[in-house]
Design a protein around this ligand. Structure first.
Ligand code: NAG
Ligand code: NAG
Length: 234
């Protein structure tokens, strides 16, 4: 018996059907035995003795040796093996592997944008969508304009794979409304809502106790340690 698969790597969108192709040709055997297994850490039966087993019961069909899985989810992703045994053939056993990837469109990413930061400090903005498959790539927007990845005199760097936007030394010009978008080519891109990042200078206010304030604008002071009188320090 010889066993092959028309598509050893199957990519299917979540909740659609997946076809796990297995084709065989026997020499003499008219009634070969067909089995499907799922290869995880353990090996478990998918199809055995003419029946679908466990989680595959009632949601799969077989035609020849090719299996059709209905409404696949992430738990179905992985490696499958089709085994055909034909005791009356010279070669009595054949197998083929099929890998199923279940594609997941982007979810709304979680965005971490500080509301204020000190001039000259290192600031990182983070964007993450843990669900999308394949993994998302990220675009950052400032005041509704995409920030280019490569820009000669950029004051920032962007890692589009990790979603981290870094300002080595943030300046007042970097203040603005920031949001990011996750894309993976499977479904529409998803964005988080924008957050305003303000950049301020350090003011030192000396009174009964010394304290440091981050001034994000002339009339607004955010204290990083206890401040008695914020307005006087501006
Ligand atoms: C299928 O995968 C197994 C490992 O899980 C490997 O031992 C075997 O050689 C593969 N078979 C084929 C036909 O590629
Ligand atoms: C980059 O900075 C240099 C020096 O500050 C300047 O001469 C040059 O024009 C800048 N280039 C761009 C593309 O802004």
């Amino acid at each position: 018996v010889t066993v092959t698969s028309r598509s050893p790597g199957v990519e299917v969108h979540e909740f659609l059907d997946a076809e796990l192709s297995c084709e065989f040709r026997t020499e003499n055997d008219k009634n070969p035995r067909i089995e499907w297994k799922k290869i995880d850490k353990d090996v478990s039966f998918v199809y055995y003795d003419g029946h679908f087993i466990g989680p595959f019961h009632g949601r799969a069909e077989i035609k020849g040796a090719t299996v059709r899985l209905h409404r696949v989810t992430q738990t179905d992703a992985g490696k499958y093996r089709c085994e055909v045994s034909a005791p009356q053939d010279t070669i009595t056993l054949g197998e083929t592997n099929v890998t199923l990837t279940v594609l997941v469109p982007p979810h709304t990413p979680s965005c971490d944008v500080p509301s204020s930061a000190l001039t000259g400090s290192l600031v990182q903005l983070r964007c993450r969508d843990r669900h999308s498959i394949p993994a998302a790539v990220y675009t950052w927007f400032k005041d509704n304009r995409a920030l280019p990845i490569q820009l000669p005199n950029a004051t920032y760097t962007i890692d589009e794979k990790t979603g981290v936007l870094t300002f080595q030394k943030v300046s007042r010009a970097d203040a603005g409304q920031y949001y990011c978008e996750a894309r993976n080519g499977v479904g529409p891109g998803k964005s988080c809502s924008g957050t305003r990042m303000q950049i301020g200078d350090v003011c030192v206010y000396v009174s009964e106790s010394v304290c440091v304030c981050v001034c994000v604008s002339v009339c607004e002071c955010e204290c990083v340690s206890e401040c008695v009188s914020v307005s006087e320090s501006v």
